[in-house]
Design a protein around this ligand. Structure first.
Ligand code: OMD
Ligand code: FE2
Length: 436
């Protein structure tokens, strides 16, 4: 796939000019009396002005028009399954598994219209919480851009390429790549056919790389593999350009007569990025026992409690499995965190069947889960040679310290909840014996 130009690094201080406008970035100051090329300067703040330097994020955008030129926001009614209402359903602690969510085949549905909320917790107004959505669409956003006033989006494509315009430039992601588009950043998604993926939305904080502790200075997702767009603008005037804002969980639309992708140059450390999951350097046990899945953390959105994430993005990448005298698949588990899983490609190691690409599972707080019967019997009796696991596979988990509610769409309307999921554990045998 032909691609765009990127700048590499995680959370770096970037500077970029569209090559059509050399010297468009002011030198030595942010707000010249008159900007080059007659541009307007606009700051986008990603943290409180006074946040400590390690947390302080902002960017300066030099653009054809300031963002403020738009008509008033009105309610936008076209994404009927996007919700912030966590009280639609009675709480349900059961193990949940969804068959692949259906991509619309009739009518034109774009990324915004195709947003469906599966579960979540918390409140965008108090800036604490998360939401997990899936996007199910088949058409590009035409003269339409979106931004999220509530928090950051981590987007995980499962089917179809997303060709995304942002105010910071263009980026493209295919399945097995991800991107993060932070609070406030306008973006527009072009697709090419049936398209599906998952979104983790966080309200509290931005995504960070996890600390590496004794792992050392290298490993897991390396900073140099994160890619941020380079400046690109369009000077486009139209009868109607729609700006969609997600604000306090609801969508709004404001009309304007020009493209918001008119940023000619920018500098700052608040910018979207993408990452290719195949670049993840996998660390795991080379002796015995099963490492906790935190060893596969790509990105984390920390809470103020040390080591306890609002949400971690964890993957289960292809790797060698070599542990001796060990039950190698994921262990049986009850967790004080919530585990939402999705499958991008292939098959997940703890489930022989039933968990399919484009589907999902949710194991809520303290709800028991683990390998199904076939997996348990197979792994308990397997000859423990060095083995490739999960080749051609990519499962992931959004693991959260919040207790999530499932929406009405997730539990009922989507009609994908697998009511027989619990059965995969019912035939687990009792093997207990005191003596032979
Ligand atoms: O399948 C799961 O439930 C996720 C998971 C994977 C793993 O390797 C260990 C624990 C765990 O919860
Ligand atoms: Fe688990």
């Amino acid at each position: 796939m032909s691609d765009y130009k990127y700048q590499t690094g995680f959370g770096s201080y970037f500077s970029s000019e569209d090559p059509r406008c050399p010297n468009s970035l002011p030198e030595g100051q942010n707000s010249p009396q008159k900007c080059a090329y007659g541009l307007y300067a606009e700051q986008l703040s990603g943290s409180a002005f006074t946040a400590p330097r390690t947390e302080n994020t902002k960017s300066w955008l030099y653009r054809i028009r300031p963002s403020v030129i738009h008509e008033p926001f009105k309610r936008y009614e076209e994404a009927v399954h996007l919700t912030r209402n966590w009280d639609e359903q009675h709480p349900n602690p059961n193990q949940m598994r969804w068959n692949p969510f259906e991509i619309p085949t009739s009518g034109k549905i774009d990324f915004v219209q195709g947003l469906h909320t599966v579960c979540g917790a918390g409140d965008a107004r108090s800036r604490h919480g998360i939401a997990i959505h899936v996007y199910l669409c088949n058409s590009s956003m035409e003269n339409k851009a979106m931004y999220n006033s509530d928090g950051d989006f981590l987007i995980v494509p499962q089917q179809g390429i997303l060709d995304i315009k942002t105010e910071f430039g263009r980026l493209k992601i295919a399945p097995n790549q991800i991107c993060v588009i932070q609070q406030g950043i306008r973006f527009s998604v072009d697709v090419n056919g049936p398209t599906r993926g998952y979104i983790l939305e966080v309200y509290d904080n931005h995504f960070k790389l996890p600390d590496l502790g004794p792992i050392g200075a290298n490993g897991l997702a390396n900073p140099r593999d994160f890619e941020t767009p380079t400046a690109w603008f369009e000077d486009k005037e139209v009868d109607e350009y729609k700006i969609i804002s997600k604000f306090q969980g609801a969508l709004f639309i404001a009309k304007q007569k020009h493209s918001p992708f008119d940023v000619v140059a920018w500098h700052g450390n608040y910018a979207p990025f993408r990452y290719d999951l195949s670049k993840f350097m996998v660390i795991n046990s080379v002796s015995f026992d099963h490492c906790d899945p935190s060893i596969f953390t790509v990105l984390t959105c920390p809470s103020s409690r040390p080591g306890t994430a609002i949400a971690d993005f964890v993957i289960f990448p292809p790797r060698w499995s070599v542990q001796e005298h060990t039950f190698r698949p994921p262990y049986y588990h009850r967790n004080c965190m919530s585990e939402f899983m999705g499958l991008i490609l292939g098959r997940y190691e703890a489930k022989e069947s039933g968990f399919l690409p484009g589907g999902a599972s949710l194991h809520s707080m303290m709800t028991p889960h683990g390998p199904d019967r076939n997996c348990f019997e197979g792994a308990s009796n397997a000859v423990l040679k060095a083995e490739r696991i999960a080749d051609g596979t990519q499962a992931f988990m959004f693991e959260s310290s919040l207790s999530m509610a499932v929406t009405k769409w997730g539990e009922e309307t989507c009609q994908k909840l697998d009511k027989s999921y619990y059965e995969c554990w019912q035939s687990l045998q009792k093997h207990f014996k005191i003596s032979d």
